[in-house]
Write a protein that binds this ligand. Structure first.
Ligand code: NDP
Length: 468
């Protein structure tokens, strides 16, 4: 049987676009469908606009610190709308780049919503345009349906609001925060994961009064304990109020904003009045609605597309990558999964994505980054055969401004092999530094290899090769 495409990709986010381009480079005939803007969550309402806002949020501290170096900064002011507009203009620019990249690679782009009619056929519909099946690209075949030999599901995820918080529908999510036109004056952030922590720090840096409410003892569950404590202390030192062990909240919408009721330890309750733009950052889940998966044999387990180590679903020719499979929900992981798939099926090099030692960063203030095992995970895996190296210091930059900002670095070593099995850092440029350390950890470097590496002086990073 002949098909319209060798590969058809549903979803033009990071994973989908990377896969489509790689497969097309190998000579495959590739189509891709997207109902929203190109680039997915990362480009449009995630990593990219978030990181730009992180930069914006660091200026007030920089102005303050510059005094220690002899500068006098004149009167400063901040224009939220100007920042949001600039951030969104950059997102527009990136959308254009993605469009050109797809055009140049010969991938046929369809604007619309892809839905399985049967396991080889996708119907391209629309979510709201006047002419749902308008062809976007002159090379496109004007059709409602396309067929493909292989199909890749790369539809990503979406934020979820917990239904155990009455009134949570009034809170916004990370989808909306990038489009809020006025800076929130007082915000309550529910959830202490990546998104909650990053936005608490961004908004606090920009001058918003931030209260974070978490249901456990500490933010960032799953990260190394020292790292969690260090970030949490840093956030509190910078003025963020973090209310812990608060599983039961209620939200009521008032004319003045949102009234958030939080139980107190003495059995009473505290009511915080916050702006309407208060944020529910309580996790994400795969976005599989209306995908027509019931018309295929693809299985859904715990709300995610079930795949094997080759990203193959229960249907032989249908694959899935990225957040819709709910494994490790990070952009570079989705890209890597997609490229491994394309290399295997169109490039003649069978390969699996390696999930070991994936580095990650939290762009909080202080910033944190990590690769490998946490101390708790290393203990569980190696028992007492681990050695933990810890160093906490004030970096040179903060001496003249006389600020008590600390850097924490931590290495975890398997003493049987001397291999560094975990590296963690909290402090300025943690992401930039740990990216390099991650190469060493991924290659299986030993503590002796770290020790034999000459430090770059003076830097904070040199501490990673001088720990005793
Ligand atoms: P996370 O899963 O990281 O965190 C969710 C938070 O919400 C946790 O603190 C969790 O608490 C809390 N929570 C969940 N349900 C409830 C509830 N019913 N009531 C109160 N609190 C609740 O999700 P995020 O939304 O922060 O981020 C989603 C994903 O996006 C991340 O896992 C990550 O993969 C990705 N991401 C990566 C970034 C990066 O690389 N820098 C940045 C942003 C996102 P508890 O811990 O108790 O479960």
């Amino acid at each position: 049987m002949s098909y319209d495409f060798d590969l058809f990709v549903i979803g033009a986010g990071s994973g989908g676009i990377a896969t489509a381009r790689r497969a097309a480079q190998y000579g495959a005939k590739v189509g891709i469908v997207e109902s929203d803007r190109l680039g997915g969550t990362c480009v449009n309402r995630g990593c990219v606009p978030k990181k730009l806002m992180v930069y914006a949020s660091h200026f007030p501290a920089g102005f303050e610190e510059s005094a220690g170096y002899g500068w006098t900064v004149g009167e400063t002011s901040f224009d939220w709308l100007k920042m949001i507009t600039a951030v969104n203009n950059e997102v527009d620019r990136l959308n254009g780049i993605y469009q050109r990249m797809l055009d140049n690679s010969g991938v046929t782009l369809y604007e619309g919503y892809g839905k399985f009619i049967d396991s080889h056929t996708i119907e391209i519909g629309d979510r709201g345009s006047d002419n749902p099946f308008q062809e976007k690209n002159s090379r496109n075949v004007l059709t409602r349906k396309v067929t493909a030999e292989k199909i890749l599901i790369a539809v990503g995820g979406k934020p979820v609001k917990p239904d155990d918080i009455p009134g949570v529908e009034h809170a916004i999510t990370s989808r909306e925060i990038f489009h809020v036109k006025e800076q929130p004056k007082r915000i309550v952030i529910i959830g202490g994961g990546y998104i909650g922590v990053e936005f608490a720090c961004i908004l606090n840096g920009l001058g918003t009064e931030v209260t974070m409410v978490i249901r456990g003892e500490k933010i960032l569950r799953g990260f190394d304990d020292d790292l969690r404590s260090e970030i949490q202390e840093g956030m509190e030192r910078h003025g963020i109020r973090i209310l812990t062990n608060k599983p039961k909240l209620a939200i009521v919408k008032q004319d003045s904003g949102l009234e958030i009721t939080i139980p107190t330890n003495d059995g009473g309750k505290e009511i915080i009045v916050a702006d309407a733009a208060s944020l529910a950052a309580t996790g994400r889940k795969p976005d599989l609605a209306n995908l027509g998966l019931e018309n295929t044999k693809v299985e859904i387990v715990n709300g995610a597309v079930a795949v094997d180590e080759y990203n193959q679903t229960a249907e032989d020719h249908i694959y899935a990558v990225g957040d819709c499979t709910d494994r490790i929900n990070l952009t570079p992981v989705a890209i890597n999964e997609g490229r491994a798939f394309a290399d295997t099926h169109f490039g003649g090099q069978s390969r699996q994505m390696s999930y070991e030692n994936i580095p990650t960063a939290v762009f909080s203030t202080p910033e944190a980054a990590t690769v490998g095992l946490t101390e708790a995970e290393a203990k569980e895996k190696f028992g007492d055969a681990i050695k933990v190296y810890r160093s906490k210091f004030r970096s040179m930059y903060y001496t003249l401004p006389d600020k008590q900002e600390k850097t924490l670095m931590k290495l975890i070593v398997d003493t049987n092999t001397d291999k560094v099995v975990g590296a963690h850092m909290v402090g300025d440029s943690a992401a930039e530094i740990v990216q390099g350390v991650a190469i060493a950890v991924k290659m299986g470097a030993t503590k002796a290899d770290f020790d034999a590496t000459v430090g770059i002086h003076p830097s904070s990073a040199e501490e990673f090769v001088t720990m005793r």
